[in-house]
Design a protein around this ligand. Structure first.
Ligand code: KG4
Ligand code: ZN
Length: 346
């Protein structure tokens, strides 16, 4: 089965071709530079940029995969959640193509797609989903827009355990980055600086670390960094003190994410932990999650860095699994769902 997939839920325009779990092409055009000038994603600009880029990106994916449109068996797109108009660009393109080709359209929940991206591994031919190795797991999805823990009891079976009640972890990285004066998005640069800093230089709050539920909160941590810098503005004049600050903030975020993830996995008696989303690129998170899983005996599946951030490959992989499982196609005129929750997605 060959699936063409579209992802335009936020600031990445992506088109992928997936065949039998194999990623034949995954082209991603990121708008980070465009939004960087404004310090965050500007929805209207994102929409226009998706419109401008979608066809060139689709052509590039088609060329890279070496397929013709008539060779497609299905077309998929993210239907939600995400920026309303941005979602519409990819979804309407996919629905129109499915209509013209008389092929099924599969509407995908963005976070459900993230749940399966850690199972896509590099192999000799490129990237391939290895669902033969699948195990029930607790999955951490952590990005600029979302932070959540999900129990994935089986393929296509999931239940949200908890999510952030305010800011996402990536938002916290980015807002702290802004306070320090780093370019948008601050996460990757903060990660780089943190690697040369002392994580014990300052103690920032670990919100909701010890609470029994699986929710997160990161806005208080960001505020405490703001107050810290108000009281110690001289820190920003010293390169090493900036690195120590970055390392201390990262340590707080990572400790909360790692501790809550392995605690949920132990409680649910799964043997496997997975993680995806842009913040999963963070080297501290990758290292600490690996150490905690090793210590507690969990198998860890981290999404490949290239598939941590938003991409259409994960949309195509999930769409193919749904078709193989006999799930019905989505209506060609199905509306996008900017506020779609993961528990509503079957
Ligand atoms: O998944 P993603 O591309 O988009 C959504 O937000 O949905 O994630 C982007 C987020 C940004 O907040 C960015 O700062 C963060 O992921 N990020 C990182 C790192 N790389 C990306 N945060 C911390 N360390 C990194 N290395
Ligand atoms: Zn995402």
């Amino acid at each position: 089965m060959t699936v063409l997939a579209f992802e335009t839920s936020c600031d990445e325009t992506s088109v992928a071709v997936v065949r039998e779990g194999c990623v034949l092409a995954n082209v991603v055009s990121s708008q980070i530079k465009l939004h960087g000038e404004y310090g965050g994603v500007v929805p209207e600009l994102a929409t226009r940029e998706h419109l401008r880029n979608l066809l060139p990106v689709a052509h590039a994916a088609q060329r890279a995969a070496g397929i013709s449109m008539s060779g497609l068996d299905a077309v998929a797109a993210t239907l939600g959640p995400g920026l309303p108009n941005a979602l519409m660009i990819g979804a309407r393109a996919a629905q129109s193509l499915a209509f013209a080709l008389r092929r099924p359209f599969i509407g995908i929940h963005h976070h459900e797609a993230h749940l399966y991206s850690p199972w896509v591994r590099p192999d000799l031919s490129g990237m391939r989903a290895d669902f033969g190795a699948f195990q029930p797991n607790v999955s951490l999805i952590v990005s600029g827009g979302h932070t959540m823990l999900v129990h994935v009891g089986g393929l296509l079976k999931h239940r949200v355990l908890g999510s952030t009640v305010d800011d996402a972890a990536g938002e916290c990285f980015d807002k702290v980055g802004k306070l320090i004066g780093l370019p948008y998005p601050g996460g990757p640069e903060l990660d780089r600086l943190a690697s040369q800093g002392n994580p014990r230089a300052h103690t920032f709050p670990r919100p909701m670390l010890r609470e029994a539920h699986d929710d997160f909160s990161f806005s208080g941590l960001k505020t405490s960094v703001r107050y810290f810098l108000r009281d110690h503005p001289e820190v920003l004049d010293d390169a090493q003190r900036i690195r120590d600050l970055c390392a201390s903030v990262q340590a707080a975020i990572v400790e909360v994410l790692v501790t809550k993830t392995v605690k949920a996995a132990a409680r649910l008696a799964v043997r496997c932990v997975t993680a995806s989303g842009g913040v999963t690129c963070n080297s501290g998170l990758r290292r600490e999650l690996a150490a905690a899983c090793e210590r507690d005996g969990f198998k860890l599946q981290l999404a490949e860095r290239a598939l941590c951030t938003d991409n259409a490959a994960m949309v195509g992989i999930l769409a193919e699994q749904k078709l193989l499982a006999g799930k019905p196609a989505t209506d060609l005129d199905a509306e996008t769902m900017p506020g779609w929750t993961l528990d509503q997605a079957a």
